[in-house]
Structure formats: C-alpha cells, structure tokens
Design a protein around this ligand. Sequence first.
Ligand SMILES: Nc1ncnc2c1ncn2[C@@H]1O[C@H](COP(=O)(O)OP(=O)(O)OP(=O)(O)O)[C@@H](O)[C@H]1O
Ligand SMILES: [Mg+2]
Length: 416
Amino acid sequence: MKPDPVIEALLSTLAADPGNHPVRVHVARLLLDAGSPADALTHATTVLAAEPDNLAALRVAAAAAGATGDAAKAASYGRLADALAPEPATPEPPAAALAAGVPDTADEILQQWQTSPAAAEPEIGALGAAGITLEDVGGLAEVKKRLNLSFLAPLRNPELRVRFGKSLRGGLLLWGPPGCGKTLIARALAGELGASFYEIGLSDVLDMWIGSSERNLRGIFDTARRNRPCLLFFDEMDALGQKRSNLRAGGVSMRGVVNQMLAELDGASTDNEGVFVLAASNHPWDIDSALLRPGRFDRTILVPPPDLAAREAILRFHLRGRPTERLNLAKIAKATEGMSGADLGLLCEQGTETAMDASMTTGQFQPITQQHLEEAARSVRPSIGEWLEVARNYALYGNDAGAYDELAAYLKKRRR
Ligand SMILES: Nc1ncnc2c1ncn2[C@@H]1O[C@H](COP(=O)(O)OP(=O)(O)OP(=O)(O)O)[C@@H](O)[C@H]1O
Ligand SMILES: [Mg+2]
C-alpha cells in the first residue's frame, strides 16, 4: 500500500495523543477503505479495549474482521453494535400535515407554514407528544390512585370541580428518590390528558436564566400556552432552592426567578387555561418555600421507591434493545427490594458490562444472562438508605404543614 499522507498525519497525531479515540476510529476507517483491514482491526480493537461500547469502533471492527476473512468475529462485533445502536427513530409526519395534503397555492403554503409545529418550537427544553399513559407505568397502584383523585378526575370533570370548589390553579409536585418514575409519570399524565408534554430541566437552564430570567421564564410559559393543552413539566425543581441559590448565583438573582415563577403560576395577567404545571424533585426540602404555598405547587405526591411490579418494569426498561437470554425478571425484582430506579439502572449496566466483557474476551457473542444480572444484583449497593434517612428527618421534624405525611405513612408501612 502506498503511504497515504492523511493517514500518516493522523497516525502521528495518535502517537502524540494515543487516547484520542475519535481519531483512532477515523484512522481505522481510512485504513479499511485503503485496503488494510488487519491494521484497521488493530486500531478498532485498541479503542474497544478502552471503550467496549464505542459504536463506531464496533462497526469498523465488524467490517475489518469480515475483510480479513474472520466471519465469526465479524458477526459478533456486528451483533454487539446492533444491540447498542439506538432504536432507529421513526419520524412520523404530524397528522395535520398529512390531512392537509400538498399545498397548491401560495395561500395554502402560508397557512401550513403558520400552523406548522415548527413555528412553536421552543428555545429551551423539549416539547413533544407524551406517547404513554399511566398504564405504561408499572406498579405504584397507590400513586396512580392519588393522581387520579387529586389531578386527573377534577380536570376531566369540570362540573364536579365547580361543585366542590376545587381550583385548578397551581401545580402538582412529584417527589421521591432518583430514578423511580417521576419523569415517566409526568409524561404519562400528559398522555392521559391528551396534552403535549413540555419538559424543562431547571438546573440546565438556570445558568441561562441568570440576568434574563424574567424573559426566559415568560417565554417558556408562552410556549406552553401556544401549545395547549400542554403539560409543562419543571424537572429538578430543587434547583430553584434557596440553599442552592446561595451557592450558585447569590440569592438576589435567584429571587428574581422565583418571583417570576410565582407570577406565571398565579397567572394574574395571563390565561393559564389548558396549561398544567408539574414539577419534580428529589429534594423537595430544598425548594423555596414560597413556591409550595397554596395556589402554587401545593399538591405534592410522593413517588416512593418502586414496589415489586415497578421494579420489574424498571428492569425491563433498562434492558430493552439489549441482547438477553430468556430472563426471569420477576425473580430479580424480588431480590432487589429497597433499590431505587437509579440503582436498578446501575444493576442492568453492570450485567451488560459483564456480558460484553465475556464477548470481548472469548470473541464469541454472549447475551446478557440471568446469572449476569443476579451477580450484579448482589454487588449493587442500594442507595436509597441515605435518601430515606434525610427524608425521614424532614418527616419527623419538618412536617408542620403535613407536607411529608405521605412519607410518614410509607415509612410506617415499610417497617411492618
Ligand atoms: N414504575 C415504573 N414503570 C415502568 N418504568 C419505570 C417505572 N419507574 C421508572 N421507570 C423507568 O426508569 C427510568 C427512570 O425513571 P424516571 O426518569 O421517570 O425517574 P425519575 O424519578 O424522574 O428520576 P430522576 O430523579 O433521576 O429524574 C424511566 O425511563 C422509566 O422508563
Ligand atoms: Mg426525572
């Protein structure tokens, strides 16, 4: 093979910076194209040794192994890559565009343009269809019952709402340990209401807010209003906490954000009909208490550590699209009492790593087995204890307003 100047240059880059995986994958691809599959394979496997789930490297390794005539190796790299590749997105054209057909006149084009979803594209956060309902949430029967009673039923039955004088002002706060379904439930509620789902990760946008909080927060609520019915979901609500604010940006600017949030929630100057506001937090005790007063996020729902059915659903979620043998997830769910959703995610990660390691060392594709997961279940340490400890203190000593009644009830049930 003639020395290729591009490859030469990249190789000298790699000599100086051997950990540069993107460049190494690129070199591997160029070598493969240049007819040196063995060299390509060496570079690809070097990357895979450090990053077993590097999809691009797996693809090059598969092609390179195939080109060197090692079909078995090629197939196992290929299967690993397929298992890792994100499910292909199937973008569905919006129903309105389908119904409207192809425009013939300038007026029609203008009209479609004005009503096209792109016009409502938010600058901050993610807006989309919910796509799921509460049925997709595993277990948590008690939580679903409460959501129905305190949120869905009154919304679905305006007459009843008036009779009982139940105001729809204010929002609902979902709280509980990490990874246990708060975001999932928020999305499911949007699905139940047939509303679009507009999600804002507060800690992500907070820095953008400093100094221009008023405009940005108003913009978020305006986007929600333009897209009603819309469920506006503020994740990581504790980022709007007094304590965090002192650390991060100084109380003053955070006050501005909190005040603007209050103004938007109270909706004095605006019409919030058809905009449902939800928030979630792992640490509700960090939330500025002004936000939790009546008329604001005054209804709170504890999303507790997952029960048996929820744990099985969470395990299934984290393993979806991954190659597994026939699994008895119920058995693993039974053995993981006291783990949070985040812990179960970690468990699945570890099981997957074990299977990938086995595949790499044997050169033979190994799916994730029951045993891999059971081993992982034994090695993952439930993290919920610490969370419960903190929460328990608030339930015991900070429960003046009854905000932690649900937790107290949960703890009591747990002790039995
Ligand atoms: N009860 C459940 N049924 C089915 N899947 C669940 C359930 N709880 C959690 N999951 C799955 O686990 C993943 C993590 O849950 P989710 O993101 O909703 O947790 P969270 O409480 O919002 O966590 P965090 O506090 O980290 O934001 C979700 O993608 C979801 O699919
Ligand atoms: Mg979440």
